[in-house]
Structures are given as structure tokens and as C-alpha cells.
Design a protein around this ligand. Structure first.
Ligand SMILES: Cc1cc2nc3c(=O)[nH]c(=O)nc-3n(C[C@H](O)[C@H](O)[C@H](O)COP(=O)(O)OP(=O)(O)OC[C@H]3O[C@@H](n4cnc5c(N)ncnc54)[C@H](O)[C@@H]3O)c2cc1C
Ligand SMILES: *[C@@H]1O[C@H](CO)[C@@H](O)[C@H](O)[C@H]1NC(C)=O
Ligand SMILES: *[C@@H]1O[C@H](CO)[C@@H](O)[C@H](O)[C@H]1NC(C)=O
Ligand SMILES: *[C@@H]1O[C@H](CO)[C@@H](O)[C@H](O)[C@H]1NC(C)=O
Ligand SMILES: *[C@@H]1O[C@H](CO)[C@@H](O)[C@H](O)[C@H]1NC(C)=O
Ligand SMILES: *[C@@H]1O[C@H](CO)[C@@H](O)[C@H](O)[C@H]1NC(C)=O
Length: 510
């Protein structure tokens, strides 16, 4: 008879050996399969592994089982089939900027498809539709389409963000009230499905797949190429800022400015879709207002419009600069230049935790909510570090909200404000301090708790890893969109090959 403790130890040991043998078998299955299909791949012992493995957010640094670097659609298809046969979960990596590191799998042990070889950017000179490879980044896209006929597109401010994750899950910029989200400019996609087949999808070909990819792309397929409509670049952009530090003297003053801005936003005929703006505040005492007015009269804007917007903040320090299109994008991306290296050549990182709050167009924030927000800002100077950005998505005439909620899986078409509350480490490197997580949770709560009937949601592209799958389903999609996506998931990916902790299917029907 063996003593009980020894038996227990043996059992654990055997279990460990068994698990290791199973994972070795699984690994050799997937490696053999990739080799047979001539797909280049890296494992943790490969040269350059760290450069391929590192996510943008070093707080959540998962270790994939294997990273494949396919060169064409067939190799992406083979990668997906090899992963499915070996029971590995799959995520694509575009720019790698997922706040939750879902492009590293969101767990250890996934198969990651690094899209860095998909680098094409070609504008069709008759339709002005641009074909973009899924490994491209926003700054390169902006420059290339401008150089091919002065074309432009709405998208975010940072040049290093990937077009793929960004456009599949939203994509907001200072032109979005005029042109909508990056997602709204997708007119077609080449997509590798869970069974490894590559299809082209658009509004009339696999329309339900086209619906699902735009808003839930991470759960439905690997987009290899994007076909996106473009706009004529504006002749000029007024880049405006207002320094608001003098309003930080007390929370009531700062809050009254927000309330006045919201009043102006909801009622002024001067708010055209040409105008998009936001506020920025941080733990170091910065507090400012900034935005764009596209193709606007500089004198009228400078003398009448901007002063009215910030009239509620006494002592605001105003600047207005008229810039050409590429210069305007460059100012927003500062200090990063527009050209950015693809894939593993990109070396910028942060270590952070962020949450968002999305408010409804027909439920403006109450004076009490603004006061709760500014009170938190003042009480938490020197903490964190943190910053909080609040952007206007809605208001009269916003192109974001002109799209119907059932046009795509990105169904939040009634947002007014979108807050991004972001905590990070002082040197942008690990280790993480859990106190910063609590701080950011408290900042979110300062907004949402002040308005219990606010019906707040969250922004898909600021994916929040601390939401349960059910909360994520509710906050990002809402019941009717989520339940529709559940049905489509069982059709297109019944074995859940495309997976991250909040993927469609991880929560039950709402
Ligand atoms: C510094 C910074 C600035 C930002 N600024 C803005 C901004 O101004 N406006 C805004 O709206 N957002 C902004 N964001 C958020 C950004 O839009 C999202 O993080 C976006 O999802 C990143 O896309 P990516 O390709 O870089 O990320 P990735 O991490 O590569 O991808 C994000 C998700 O999409 C999936 N995915 C990637 N490629 C594919 C593909 N080819 N097919 C299917 N699924 C794919 C990934 O698996 C992952 O789940 C910013 C983020 C950062 C870090
Ligand atoms: C590692 O990356 C460098 C730079 O991209 C490249 O030149 C080199 O070929 C890579 N080495 C391997 C083994 O992939
Ligand atoms: C905002 O508008 C409301 C309703 O008209 C008004 O009561 C309030 O005083 C205004 N607030 C500011 C700061 O202008
Ligand atoms: C808005 O932009 C358009 C060009 O896109 C321009 O014709 C129009 O004058 C602008 N409106 C205002 C109020 O500036
Ligand atoms: C919240 O908003 C959704 C979508 O507009 C709506 O269906 C729902 O009734 C709202 N809930 C509350 C409590 O107001
Ligand atoms: C792959 O899945 C798609 C969508 O479900 C289907 O149309 C196609 O026939 C499948 N291909 C194969 C080879 O099974």
C-alpha cells in the first residue's frame, strides 16, 4: 500500500507527463502539416521569436504555440486547416495593437497568423477603391492612398495601428463625423474561413459573412485583403487646440465647461459634420481640447465657432492652424512618423490597462456626471499614471450614426461620447502594478455610477480584457446583434477555431 500522499504525487506526476506527451503529439502534427504545406513558421526556439511574439501591450504577453508567416491566401488557408486538425485556436495578427493582446491569442498556446507579408496598397484609378493587405498600418495606408490620387479615408490617429484589427472593429478618427468609421469604408474582403477556404465577400456575396466580419472579424475569419472606398482628401484642415489647464482650479469650473460644450454640441447650427473633436486629461495636470474642422473658413472658425465651443472653460488658450492633409495626419500621429515598419519590424510597446464608456446620443451626460468625472480627475493628479480621452462620436449630422444598426455587426450607431480611460506604467514596461487597474476601474465607475440610467456601453476597438464574455457580448453588441452573430458562428465556425476570451460563442444567447 502506498501512502495517500505518495499516490497523489504519482497521479499528478503521471498527469503532467501525459499532458506533455499530448502537446508534443499535437505540436508535431501541426509542424508536419505546416511543413507539408510549405508555410513558414516560428516556435519559441526560433531566431527572432521575441520580435514576432511581443504584443503592443506588454502587460498581456501570451506565448503562442506557433506563429505562422504565410505569403498568400492558400498558405493562410493551410495554416487554419493545420491548426484545426491539431486542435489549436487561431487569431490573426495585424498591427498587434489589441488592448487585450488578442492577436497573441488572449491565452498561451494558440496558432498566430502574422500577416506582415500582406503589404499591398493599390488604389483603382476608376473606382478609387483601395486594395489593402492585412499586414499594413494606418500611416502607410494614408500616405500611399494620398500619393495615388490625393485619396483619404477615416481612421485613427496613431500611424503604427494596424488597418486590419482597426477597420474590422470600428476605426474612429478626427474625420469620422464627416466620413464615418474605417469599418464603414469596407466594400469587400478576401476572407479565409474556418475550413480553410478563401472567399471574397461583399454586400451581395456571402452577405451574412460580410455583416459578421465588420464588427466581429476576430471570430469569423482571417481577412487577407481589404477593399475600401476612399474620399477626396480635403484641401485644408483646421487643426485646433485649446489649453484648459486654468479650468482645473476646481471641479465645478471644469465640469461647467463640459456641460456648456455638450449644450453647444446638441444645439448649435455651427456644428457641421466637418468638425470632430475631443478632450484630453492626464495625471500630470494636462487638460486640453483638440479637433479638426475640414475645409472650413479659418476666419469664421477662429473668431466665432471655436470660442463658442470652449466658452464654458474660462481662460482657454486657443490655437488654430491650417494644414494640408498629410501634415494634418502627421501632427496627430506625433511623435510617430506616418511610415511604419510592418510585423516584427515594429518595436513600439506600452504596458497598460484601458476601459471605455460609450454614452447614448439621446441621453446626454448630466451635470452630476460631468462633475463626478472632473472631481475624479482632480482627486487623482499624480496617481497612475493615467490619461482620459473623451471624443465626440455623435451629435447632429454625425456620419457614424447615419448608418443603420443592422448594417454590420458594429451596431452601436447611437453613441454621443466615447471615453477612453487608460492607465500605464511610467516607463511603458512591465512589471504591472494592480493599483493602476483599480484606479482605471474607479475612473470608469465615476462616470457610469453618476448616471445609473445612462445605458452606457463600450467601444469594440478599446477591447477590455476584464469584461466577462457575457458582459462583453452585452456592451459591444447588445442582444439582437449578439444573438444573430451566435447563429452565424455556428454556421461559419462550428468548432470555434477562431477564438479569444471574448470571441462570439463564449457567452450564451443574451
Ligand atoms: C497607440 C494606439 C492608438 C489607437 N488609436 C485609435 C484611434 O485613434 N481610433 C480608434 O478607433 N482606435 C484606436 N486604437 C485602438 C485600435 O483601433 C485597436 O487596438 C485595433 O483593433 C488595433 O488593430 P491592429 O491590427 O493593430 O491590432 P491586432 O492586435 O493585430 O488585432 C486586433 C484584433 O483583430 C484581429 N485581427 C487582426 N487582423 C485580422 C485579420 N486580418 N482578420 C481577422 N481578424 C484580425 C486580431 O486577432 C485581434 O483580435 C488605438 C490603439 C493604440 C494601441
Ligand atoms: C530575423 O529578422 C531579420 C530582420 O527582419 C531578418 O533579416 C532575418 O532574416 C530574420 N531571421 C530569421 C531566422 O527569420
Ligand atoms: C445647458 O443647457 C441646459 C438646458 O438648456 C441649461 O439649463 C444649462 O444651464 C446649460 N449649461 C451650461 C453650462 O450652459
Ligand atoms: C464642409 O466641408 C465641405 C467640403 O467637404 C465644404 O464645401 C463646406 O463649406 C464645409 N462646411 C463648413 C460649414 O465649413
Ligand atoms: C438602452 O438602449 C437600448 C438601445 O437603444 C434600448 O433598447 C434599451 O431599452 C435601453 N435601456 C434602458 C434601460 O434605457
Ligand atoms: C467552407 O465553408 C463555407 C462556408 O460555410 C462553405 O461555403 C464551403 O463550401 C466550405 N468549403 C469546404 C471545402 O467545405
Amino acid at each position: 500500500m502506498l501512502p495517500q500522499s505518495f499516490k497523489l504525487g504519482l497521479g499528478v506526476l503521471l498527469g503532467a507527463v501525459y499532458v506533455q506527451a499530448a502537446s508534443l503529439r499535437r505540436d508535431s502534427t501541426v509542424f508536419d502539416c505546416l511543413t507539408q504545406n510549405k508555410v513558414a513558421y516560428l516556435t519559441s526556439s526560433s531566431a527572432n521569436w521575441t520580435a514576432y511574439q511581443a504584443p503592443y501591450n506588454l502587460r498581456l504577453s501570451y506565448t503562442p504555440d506557433v506563429i505562422v508567416v504565410p505569403e498568400d491566401d492558400d498558405q493562410v488557408g493551410a495554416s487554419v486547416r493545420c491548426a484545426a486538425a491539431a486542435n489549436l485556436k487561431v487569431q490573426a495578427k495585424g498591427g498587434g495593437h489589441s488592448y487585450a493582446s488578442y492577436s497573441s491569442g488572449g491565452q498561451d498556446g494558440s496558432l498566430i497568423i502574422e500577416m506582415e507579408k500582406f503589404d499591398e496598397i493599390t488604389v483603382d484609378q476608376s473606382t478609387f477603391i483601395v486594395k489593402i493587405g492585412a499586414g499594413q498600418r494606418l500611416g502607410n495606408v494614408a500616405e500611399a492612398i494620398y500619393n495615388q490620387g490625393k485619396r483619404a479615408m477615416p481612421h485613427g490617429t496613431c500611424a503604427g495601428v494596424g488597418i486590419a484589427g482597426h477597420a474590422l472593429h470600428g476605426g474612429y478618427g478626427y474625420d469620422s463625423r464627416k466620413w464615418g468609421l474605417a469599418l464603414d469604408h469596407i466594400v469587400g474582403l478576401d476572407v479565409v474561413l474556418a475550413n480553410g477556404t478563401c472567399v471574397h465577400t461583399d454586400a451581395t456575396t456571402y452577405p451574412d459573412l460580410f455583416y459578421a466580419m465588420r464588427g466581429a472579424g476576430d471570430s469569423f475569419g482571417i481577412a487577407t485583403h481589404f477593399y475600401m472606398s476612399t474620399e477626396e482628401a480635403p484641401n485644408s484642415v483646421l487643426w485646433f487646440t485649446a489649453g484648459l489647464a486654468s479650468s482645473l482650479s476646481d471641479a465645478n469650473t471644469a465640469a461647467a465647461g463640459f456641460e456648456a460644450l455638450q449644450n453647444w454640441t446638441l444645439t448649435s447650427p455651427d456644428l457641421t459634420p466637418n468638425i470632430t473633436y475631443g478632450t484630453y486629461a492626464d495625471s500630470g495636470g494636462s487638460f486640453s481640447f483638440r479637433g479638426w474642422c475640414m475645409d472650413c473658413d479659418q476666419t469664421v472658425f477662429t473668431n466665432n465657432v471655436l470660442p463658442a465651443m470652449v466658452a464654458g472653460w474660462p481662460g482657454a488658450q486657443l490655437t488654430v492652424q491650417s494644414l494640408g492633409w498629410i501634415d494634418a495626419l502627421t501632427v496627430l500621429s506625433d511623435p510617430d512618423p506616418l511610415p511604419q515598419p510592418l510585423g516584427h519590424g515594429y518595436a513600439k510597446h506600452d504596458t497598460f490597462y484601458a476601459k471605455s464608456v460609450v454614452s447614448k446620443d439621446d441621453e446626454p451626460l448630466t451635470p452630476a456626471t460631468w462633475l463626478s468625472y472632473t472631481t475624479w480627475m482632480l482627486a487623482n493628479q499624480g496617481q497612475g499614471p493615467w490619461f482620459s480621452i473623451n471624443n465626440l462620436y455623435g451629435g447632429p449630422g454625425s456620419a457614424i450614426n447615419a448608418v443603420s444598426a443592422d448594417e454590420s455587426a458594429y451596431s452601436d450607431r447611437e453613441a454621443l461620447w466615447v471615453f477612453q480611460n487608460y492607465g500605464y506604467t511610467a516607463n511603458s514596461l512591465p512589471p504591472w502594478d494592480d493599483k493602476i487597474t483599480v484606479l482605471i476601474d474607479n475612473l470608469n465607475d465615476a462616470i457610469t455610477n453618476a448616471q445609473p440610467d445612462g445605458n452606457f456601453t463600450a467601444y469594440l476597438n478599446y477591447v477590455d480584457p476584464d469584461l466577462s464574455p457575457a458582459m462583453a457580448a452585452q456592451d459591444y453588441y447588445g442582444a439582437s446583434t449578439y444573438d444573430k452573430l451566435l447563429g452565424l458562428k455556428s454556421e461559419y465556425d462550428p468548432a470555434f477555431v477562431f477564438w479569444n476570451p471574448q470571441a462570439i460563442g463564449n457567452a450564451m444567447a443574451l
